[in-house]
Design a binder for this molecule. Structure first.
Ligand SMILES: NC(=O)c1ccc[n+]([C@@H]2O[C@H](COP(=O)([O-])OP(=O)(O)OC[C@H]3O[C@@H](n4cnc5c(N)ncnc54)[C@H](O)[C@@H]3O)[C@@H](O)[C@H]2O)c1
Length: 254
């Protein structure tokens, strides 16, 4: 039981990596606060974790909304008394458009969910963690956070931004026992492409990314990412802070 007694808030817990984290963390003894804007998948993950004997509370909310982010952390404290682990994991894709083709609504949606939301949640969680003597924040970044070829401009900027949020948070709060690390995820089998309208993808942007996609060494499973998140969440990684660790089967090592 690597997370016995810990309380973990996981955003985007209804699908993909977040759902894998919720199941794995609960199996390792954590009390889970599953945050998700999709009511159906939220109910599913809550039922799944409970059926396996885990402890979980679901909170419906949109991580792009400041009030919802504050309510997610408040609910976690009300339900379980503290927040030891925050997984900023919810995210959406963009349409693979470059800056010259950028649609304002796509830019704002992608940055709001993938970057501003994690800042809102981090801002609200840090005083709670400080009061308890520390905590671990885990940001789901991407190979798009360390290179320019994996996605469109909005997604790429959002994931570069979360790398900055990770490093600044790690540096700024290390003396208060708070750690912040990022997972630089490669190609993972999830439902992420359902977050955008496939008929609106930028064909030139997609064609341009093919050289990058051709170098993908292999598809990962959501559980592969959850295993790294578990390490960051547990005390085994207590000396690891500000790390942005690739979980990409070697994609970015080329
Ligand atoms: N799948 C990949 O290949 C890949 C690669 C690198 C990084 N990522 C990142 O991994 C993270 C998890 O995505 P996934 O691949 O598991 O996709 P997914 O679509 O399967 O899961 C994402 C979950 O986040 C939820 N969500 C989206 N926007 C939300 C919002 N505003 N408020 C609350 N919940 C919201 C979705 O409903 C969904 O349940 C994302 O940050 C994504 O950018 C994915």
């Amino acid at each position: 039981m690597r997370l016995q007694g810990k309380v973990a808030v996981i955003t985007g817990a209804g699908s993909g990596m977040g759902r894998a984290m919720a199941n794995l963390f609960a199996a390792e003894g954590a009390k889970i606060v599953a945050a998700e804007w999709n009511e159906t998948t939220l109910a599913e993950v809550v039922a799944e974790v409970k059926a396996a004997g885990g402890e979980i509370a679901g909170v419906q909310g949109n991580v792009a909304d400041q009030g919802d982010c504050e309510r997610i952390i408040d609910d976690a404290v009300a339900q379980f008394g503290k927040v030891d682990v925050l997984c900023n994991n919810a995210g959406v894709m963009d349409l693979n458009a470059g800056a010259a083709e950028m649609d304002n609504a796509i830019w704002e949606r992608c940055l709001g969910i993938n970057l501003t939301g994690p800042m809102y949640l981090t801002r609200k969680a840090i005083p709670v963690m400080k009061a308890a003597g520390g905590g671990s924040i885990i940001n789901t970044a991407s190979v798009a956070g360390v290179g320019g070829g994996a996605a469109g401009c909005a997604y790429t900027v959002s994931k570069h931004g979360i790398i900055g949020l990770t490093k600044n948070t790690a540096f700024r709060y290390c003396q208060e026992g708070i750690r912040c690390n990022a997972i630089v995820a490669g190609a993972v089998e999830t439902n992420i492409m359902q977050s955008v309208d496939p008929t609106k993808m930028d064909p030139t942007g997609i064609a341009r990314s093919q050289t990058w996609y051709a170098a993908i060494p292999g598809q990962l499973k959501a559980t592969d990412i959850a295993n790294l998140a578990l390490f960051f969440a547990s005390d085994e990684s207590k000396m690891v802070n500000g790390a942005c660790v690739p979980a990409d089967a070697g994609w970015t090592s080329a």
